[in-house]
Design a protein around this ligand. Structure first.
Ligand code: PLP
Length: 380
């Protein structure tokens, strides 16, 4: 665990009408005013009103992605941009780093697109390290050029965060033409990712995680050199074709009908995010992660993710006390809360607590009080 003790931030945003509070790694709770924005009457998607909304959202997203280039917004979920990145940017070979279920999915997407995929397995619960990337890329380059690497910034299945800045730096120095494709589905807007400064070519995310929106929108920051590469690649498809998306973006719209109601909630949510302050938002997520790690250790559990690479948005706790996660969740449900069990093989061996999006310290206090009450009860 990080030694640093962070300062407790004040609770400054709440989800006011609480039904079941979600501490699962997506979908996350959505603030009432953001939900309500979806009920506004429909407008034409080629109208000035819609284009103004789209332009405002894209500009705010560029700021949140720390990019001056562009952010594509689509009616889709994050997996769509995993596939889009492969189809647009990989005519030949891709090196896929797999350290969890979602990085494995990206590998599978590339295989499904009939690409030449070099799979590099890294033990689950550990981060992808720059040294591993350097060694694997060096090996792969022996057989010819590599169009891109894929890496997941925040493996939601294990709660591990990989150092994408350092990874991008080694790729750039070893093979400058290799693009760096990053999945930030469960970290974006909870953790600072400096797309341009770090030299990332695609950073993709979904609406239903730390952005705290309903599912249904996908976003990708795409670098100039990635777009230039896409122009040379055939078989890009239609809906997710970066070149077509770029043309539409210049007119502040999408080639096909956008999800107008979701775009309205995005507009409201981005204003709320900037009103909180992005640095404050990142600090809140870091604090919530540290608070959760401390709670787990203090209550006799272990942390699954390796030290130094623990996620700021979801904590995976090893079930060292061998409690029934199902029974715990049934208890929490009676208190209107829900956590997540371990992923796949870790179903009962671990549980995951997500602390992203709208979650405030007071929410964690309530969750931990309920969990402690359950632990005390189940032991008597
Ligand atoms: C890291 C990561 N990548 C990709 C995905 C897939 O995203 P979506 O369900 O929005 O397609 C998820 C979903 O949980 C995820 O956590």
């Amino acid at each position: 665990m990080h030694q640093q003790v962070l300062e407790r931030p004040a609770d400054n945003m709440t989800v006011s009408s609480r039904h079941q509070r979600l501490f699962i790694p997506g979908p996350t709770d959505v603030a009432d005013e953001v939900l309500a924005a979806q009920t506004a009457p429909m407008i034409g998607h080629r109208s000035d009103e819609f284009e103004a909304l789209f332009a405002k959202c894209e500009e705010q997203l560029r700021s949140l992605f720390y990019t001056a280039a562009r952010v594509y917004i689509l009616a889709a979920s994050g997996t769509a941009f995993q596939e889009a990145a492969i189809r647009n940017l990989v005519p030949g070979r891709v090196v896929s780093f797999v350290n969890g279920a979602f990085s494995q999915r990206w590998h599978d997407v590339a295989v499904g697109c009939d690409k030449q995929v070099v799979r590099v397995d890294v033990p689950w619960n550990t981060a992808v390290k720059p040294q591993q990337v350097e060694a694997a890329l060096r090996d792969a380059l022996v057989a010819g050029p590599v169009d891109a690497i894929t890496v997941v910034h925040n493996e939601t299945s294990t709660g591990v965060m990989s150092p994408v800045q350092e990874i991008a730096a080694v790729v750039r120095s070893l093979s400058p033409q290799t693009l760096v494709l990053v999945d930030a589905v469960s970290s974006f807007s909870g953790v600072k990712i400096e797309t341009d400064a770090w030299g990332l070519d695609v950073v993709l995310t979904s609406s239903q995680k730390a952005l705290a929106l309903p599912p249904g929108l996908a976003f990708a920051a795409v670098s100039d050199r990635a777009l230039a590469k896409a122009e040379t690649v055939s078989g890009r498809g239609w809906y997710f074709d970066f070149v077509r998306l770029e043309k539409a973006l210049k007119k502040s719209t999408t080639p096909a009908t956008p999800a107008i109601s979701l775009m309205r909630s995005l507009g409201v949510q981005l204003d709320r995010i900037f009103a909180e302050g992005v640095e404050e938002r990142f600090a809140r997520h870091a604090w919530l992660a540290e608070r959760t790690q401390r709670w787990a250790v203090a209550n006799g559990f272990d942390l699954m993710a390796e030290d130094g690479y623990r996620s700021h948005t979801v904590t995976t706790i090893t079930n060292t006390r061998q409690i029934s996660v199902n029974r715990l969740n049934a208890y929490l449900a009676r208190h209107d809360m829900e956590i997540s069990n371990g992923y796949g093989d870790y179903k009962d061996k671990a549980f995951r607590i997500a602390h992203m999006g709208e979650v405030q310290t007071g929410d964690m206090d309530r969750l931990f009080a309920a969990m402690e009450a359950y632990l005390a009860e189940s032991e008597t």
